[in-house]
Design a protein around this ligand. Structure first.
Ligand SMILES: Nc1nc2c(c(=O)[nH]1)N[C@H]1C(S)=C(S)[C@@H](COP(=O)(O)O)O[C@H]1N2
Ligand SMILES: [Mo]
Length: 358
């Protein structure tokens, strides 16, 4: 049996001193925000380390937030200590626990539909909401770090202990999931859960929702840094190419489908590339767009069919980009323009978010 004293002793040994706890919570929140956002761009397993770090840092935060809440509990339980800042601190506590809780629950395989959202989207929502509240909280509670904070030799060991603890917990979670066969095993390294079969969700990023595209009047233009600009009707497309590819949406699901259509490399060969061609940009009828480096674009597909059927309107008919290894939001739907460019297209990040708003 563990006595209270032993538990207290162990806690005291691993708990860094207060100001250090506070500053490392801040540092980890910054890290989680950045790594979380960056993870949206990772689609291949060579970037899996980013998700792993995000998870381990999250588990370390659980311990640090635990220390912190235990330390400041009197300020909440003792009504006489309440100030105006207390309400904000309480809000922050709720947001922090909700973000950590939904993140952990999602990884071990839980899900729930909350209005239109699943647990992962709720995790992202709480996490983003947390950032401005942390900034406000800092404004009233700011205490600059002091040199002595970093001269404490024990601190390095304590942090090593906390991080290793986080890593071990994460490993243990993976193993338990596998042993028990819980749904957590189905999560891809990106956290996405599988959707089996031929019907999968129709997802549009924010407000991108065009009317069905009429294939009679629709054309595809291939232009920019090419030798000959092409203007193709639907019937001009040579759609014999096939590609099995995994679509992984940042809202937390993935599906493997067999796509059929035009290989982008064939289109580029037909138009002929200029010497300075570096990127290929795919533009939707809505203006939504994404670019890929030429070599990668060559291997991508502009699909007219998925599985045994022609694309539905929701999935991007008549033509949608299939970009293996890229996250779903980069798979532009309702493509009407392929333009070859000398440079990438930084504005695409903004356009993608606001496309469809008038
Ligand atoms: N034009 C356009 N293309 C788009 C989107 C969009 O909103 N507009 N959403 C993207 C997102 S977020 C995903 S996950 C995939 C989803 O493809 P699906 O609806 O066929 O499942 O399309 C991508 N292509
Ligand atoms: Mo998505």
């Amino acid at each position: 049996m563990l006595s209270r004293d032993t538990v207290g002793g162990v806690l005291a040994a691993v708990e860094p001193q207060p100001r250090l706890v506070d500053w490392s919570i801040f540092a980890l929140v910054c890290f989680e925000t950045l790594s979380g956002l960056l993870s949206f761009t990772v689609g291949t397993s060579d970037g899996a380390w980013l998700f792993w770090l995000h998870a381990v840092a999250g588990l370390t935060l659980v311990a640090l937030v635990g220390f912190k809440l235990y330390r400041v509990r009197h300020r909440v339980t003792n009504r006489r200590l309440w100030t105006r800042a207390t309400a904000l601190s309480l809000l922050l506590t709720v947001l922090a626990l909700a973000t950590l809780g939904t993140g952990i629950a999602w990884v071990i395989g839980a899900d729930a539909d909350i209005w239109l959202w699943n647990l992962l989207s709720v995790h992202v929502f709480f996490g983003l909401l947390l950032v401005p509240v942390v900034v406000l909280h800092l404004r009233t509670h700011f205490r600059p770090p002091r040199r002595v904070d970093f001269e404490d030799r024990r601190a390095a060991l304590q942090y090593a202990g906390l991080l290793v603890g986080g890593a071990v917990l994460f490993r243990a979670q993976e193993t338990t999931n596998r042993l028990l066969g819980t749904t957590g095993v189905e999560r891809r390294f990106t956290g996405s859960k599988p959707v089996e079969g031929s019907s999968f969700p129709v997802t549009s990023w924010v407000a991108d929702d065009p009317d069905p595209v009429d294939t009679e009047t629709w054309t595809l233009s291939v232009g920019g840094r090419v030798e000959t600009t092409l203007e193709l009707d639907y019937d001009d497309l040579t759609t014999g190419a096939e590609l099995e590819a995994l679509l992984d949406c940042t809202s937390g699901w993935y599906t493997v489908q067999n796509w059929r259509g035009v290989r982008v490399g064939d289109l580029l060969d037909a138009a002929g590339l200029a010497d300075d061609a570096r990127y290929v940009r795919f533009v939707s009828v809505t203006g939504y767009r994404w670019s890929l480096p030429v070599e990668e674009a060559r291997e991508a597909l502009l699909a007219t069919r998925v599985g045994d059927d022609p694309l539905s309107h929701g999935h991007g008919a008549p033509l949608r980009l299939v970009a293996p290894g890229r996250r779903g939001f980069q798979w532009v739907k309702w493509v009407e323009e392929v333009s070859v460019r000398r440079r990438g297209d930084p504005a695409q990040w903004l356009v993608t978010l606001i496309s469809g708003f008038d």
